[in-house]
Design a protein around this ligand. Sequence first.
Ligand code: PLP
Length: 434
Amino acid sequence: MKYYSTNRQSPPADLEEVVIKSLAGDKGLYMPEYIPSVDKNVIAAMKDKSFREIADIVAHAFFGKDMDPQALSDIVNDTLSFETPVVHVNDNIYSLELYHGPTLAFKDVGARFMARLSSYFILRKGLDREVNVLVATSGDTGGAVANGFLGVPGINVFVLYPKGKVSAIQECQFTTLGKNITALEIDGTFDDCQALVKAAFVDDDLNRQMQLTSANSINVARFLPQSFYYFNAYAQLDKAGKADKLIVCVPSGNFGNITAGLFAYKMGLPIKHFIAANNRNDVFFEYLKTGKYNPRPSVETYANAMDVGNPSNFARILDLFGNSHEQIAALISGYRYTNEQIADTMRDVFNAHKYLLDPHGACGYQALTDFRLKPEETGVFLETAHPAKFKETVDMILNTDTAIPAKLQEFMKGEKKSIALGKDFEGFKAFLMK
Ligand SMILES: *Cc1c(COP(=O)(O)O)cnc(C)c1O
């Protein structure tokens, strides 16, 4: 399979190059030249398969021709050491809990898969220099990527995060690891962090001196494996006889997660409609309404992993639908929520249904409610992080003392180490060049 750039100025590349380089030379995002379909009968049979078996089928459809099939199965097995259960919340609304992995966020799936796939290609290629992963995080990505790549030979990871804008629990997941992980505390916003990473990828000096790559959802190996759990969710609901008219709602920031869902849909997964739930960072919501895309600086909210003002995967969504606003708006609905609305939803659902939402999942749940499901429809929202990851916010809103799972407590025992940098590119570049 070849991959082309959404900007169509760079030549098509194969998977190995796409995974190691991340971004095309013309700054476009890589897209597979065709989307393999999964046979209807194969999808129907998934209800009796495990998550690993389902993921294996989807992974082979995409990557199977470009690598050793057994190595791919091993990577899938190693990545999916946990389940993504679908849990009933109320009426015909279900939560797809994606937070049972090592750092308790959905990003564990993509990050771990990408780490193992990169390592496979680096070894296969016999690269004689180390690969440096640059990753900008608004909170959750850093932990997932750092843990996914921790100790992987031949790879260094630099995590850029906005000073004072990630929670203490999130921060310790990438500042306490040491080894091949370096945390960079940037005096700026998430968008500044992302801009630094993007500038580094197109800087000639840096690229001459070191092999750089990204572990953000611009990387194919990071976002595409996220399609696995859409199939798994379908299978679970199908088994319960609830999958006929499925509405899938995705709390969205950089739009990598929903893009993976759209890929699953294009592969043949019978999803009737998508909903993108936003917080006050609502450029996509505005795009659906007006057809105009106006990126702008992000604003801080309770759902901070969705505080993105210029979602990178928007380019992929446009490309998937031939730039047709009409097609995109027909398949995807948008909703946006203020902090007050997020808090109200969390309280309502906790009190009435005894279900603990995190602020991101709350946007998803509320959007499904406001969409007004028909009786024959089933709604599932992606619960993207464990509520304990946002303990301060959750406890403040619900007046609770949310228990911190043992996995998280382990991180909090470590010693925090990070390097403070400004948001100017020259300073960042000088640091990397050293
Ligand atoms: C990253 C993240 C999101 C947003 O996902 P995208 O793929 O960037 O749209 C939502 N919720 C949580 C908890 C996250 O960590």
